[in-house]
Design a protein around this ligand. Structure first.
Ligand SMILES: [Zn+2]
Ligand SMILES: [Zn+2]
Length: 337
């Protein structure tokens, strides 16, 4: 079978590999759809220090069960599933309190262990989520990035009527803004690319700010009538943006960091005390797949709006290269096969 094989940073191609072997507790899946994540591009570029090489990419992956043993979820061959791509140990402290997404021994598909951009894939059966027949294959893998967005707004404790400033209008930030609308909150989306903000406007995100052209602090002050934003989600990974979150947030507000900066950011901690802020990390997702699938099934969050390009499975490796060379051209590239 073929797979998207990242031999080393900058070296990616479709490679013929062995079929996965059956293992107890694992299901064999015929992969039907996969989308490319910014982190796949980061792995290709060699930017993510957590990635070990060679590596088969892919953690936004859905398919049909071919083989499965007795399992707690009652899954059976023929079922449509999406992979929960974060394999946790179940033994460490965070796992013991249900925070499996920040397991001390977390293994992420396409990062620490081989991913699912392949014709077949074997995955622990308890990390599969059944997908309703009504959701088209091209939308199913997008439930995964939606869980990331949902996790960030859950970590922000977002309530209806609040303002939430989201920095970064890439797929995670854009979808977080759409989900925030669904939560009855008022998203303010910040980016430095007009194309992305203009596109967000067409999807109903009316408050957008290009922070390279406009004084974002002033703009947020006006939009919130001086209160500032009760919740701020940093989804760009820019050091400047991380620093700015403390200014964009209201007194008694919450700041959530979901982007991965390459360098440390100096923060004025006195401001955290003065405003009595909650600062929280948000890593991957935990328990958000059902909500994500429901939101997609009921057309509450239009994840399909993030699809910029569709490619054949054979062209997925080249698509990673293309997205790496012109990232501003793409939100999501997806392949249904
Ligand atoms: Zn991803
Ligand atoms: Zn653990």
């Amino acid at each position: 079978m073929k797979a998207v094989y990242l031999e080393a940073p900058g070296v990616i191609y479709m490679k013929e590999i062995e079929m996965p072997e059956s293992k107890p507790g694992y299901a064999l899946i015929k992969v039907k759809a996969a989308s490319i994540c910014g982190s796949d591009v980061g792995a290709f570029r060699g930017n993510n220090v957590l990635v070990t090489y060679p590596r088969i990419l892919g953690h936004e992956v859905a398919g049909e069960i071919v083989e499965i043993g007795p399992n707690d979820k009652g899954l059976k061959p023929g079922d449509r599933v999406i992979l929960d791509p974060y394999v946790y140990c179940g033994k460490c402290y965070p796992c013991s309190i249900g925070r499996t997404n920040c397991c001390e021994n977390l293994e992420v598909l396409g990062v620490h262990r081989d991913g699912g951009m392949a014709e077949y894939f074997s995955h622990p059966d308890h990390l599969l989520h059944k997908v309703p027949e009504e959701i088209d294959w091209d939308l199913v893998p997008l439930a995964e990035p939606l869980t990331i967005s949902l996790h960030s707004i859950h970590r922000a404790g977002l309530k209806a009527g609040e303002h939430i400033t989201i920095i970064g209008a890439g797929p995670i930030g854009l979808v977080a803004a759409l989900a925030a609308l669904e939560y009855g909150a008022v998203p303010i989306l910040i980016d430095v690319l007009d194309e992305r903000l203009d596109y967000a406007k067409t999807l109903g995100i009316s408050n957008t700010i290009n922070s390279s052209k406009t004084d974002a602090l002033q703009a947020i002050k006006e939009l919130t009538l001086g209160v500032m934003s009760q919740a701020v989600v940093e989804a760009s990974g820019s050091n400047q943006a991380i620093r700015a979150t403390l200014d964009y947030v209201s007194y008694a507000g919450r700041v959530v960091f979901t982007g991965w900066p390459k360098a440390d950011t100096e923060l004025p901690t006195a401001l955290i005390t003065k405003k009595e802020l909650d600062l929280r990390g948000s890593r991957t997702s935990a328990g958000e797949f059902q909500e994500a699938l429901d939101l997609i099934l009921n057309s509450k969050v239009d994840v399909g709006a993030t699809i910029s390009k569709r490619v054949a499975f054979e062209d997925l490796a080249q698509a990673v290269v293309d997205q790496s060379s012109t990232p501003e051209k793409y939100l999501k590239i997806i392949s249904v096969f």
